[in-house]
Ligand binder design. Sequence first.
Ligand code: ZN
Length: 326
Amino acid sequence: MKIERCPACLKPGFETYCNPCLKKIFDGKKVNHQLEFTRPEFNFAKLERSDRLSISGIQIKHSLKLENNKLVLTEKDGEYILKPIPGGVFKNLDQVPYNEHLTMRIASQVYKIDTALNAIVYFADDEPAYIAKRFDRTKEGRKTLQEDFAQIAGRTEETNGQNYKYDFSYEEIAELMNKHIKPYRIEVEKYFRVIIFNYLFSNGDAHLKNFSLYRNEEYGDYLLTKFYDLLNTSIHVPGESDLALDLFKDNFETDAYKSGSKYTKPDFKVFSKRIGINKNRFAKIYDAMLDKTKQVKKIIDVSFLRDDLKEVYYESYKNKLERLRS
Ligand SMILES: [Zn+2]
């Protein structure tokens, strides 16, 4: 696939990954953005079952590792997660890898959210896929202790039914964070920013398994892992709810929500208070999140997303921005 910008950071003037990206994502090895194999056969048996129609439910992940300078499929010791175009009934599915890449890039490059390292790769027949570097290994290759919030909350399909990843609230995740994380004050602000980010970029599928904790080997305490699986799901699943989980536990609703059935600033203000963020910090974080339009527009424009969808993507962001301002 001939390209004109780095398929990781999107910097123009490169025909494959730029050197800083090679260093960060591929340990400095001269990996090419074109894989030597075509997409693995779609395996329906690997699909998740859920009551809810969701992008994550149709995305099949493969494991890759580096062999010399080449990315190869592997059953064990995967260093990368490969997500090809999903199969299914949703819209614009051929654009899912570009959407995820763009959204992850906006998160890291504009909002400085600590995300999994990621890039676009192309199969031998030029079909694109999204690739993310795993972050559950130490530099020495040991597996770090890591659990997602479905595990931390003790929720499984067997005990809580097929909707176990969604029948929960972001407030309850924060409560679990408070229980397990010593520097909670710091970590909860990161968490809060990602909740606003997901709302701004219409990521309606950020369920319990999309947040994780890991054990910091140096101090022995628990911290949030990098963030992952961020994408604008509204492009593919129209009519999906704005957020995968309710903001509040026990079906609490603010008066503003009761009158408009949409989350607006008062909801996020009350939410931040309930999860222990003080008024001044809320104002600072919130205003900064809403003040990035120029940078967002710039990355959308240079992304690999199809042109008409760039507009849809930007409009959906503007739409949410308006809501958050009201
Ligand atoms: Zn780059």
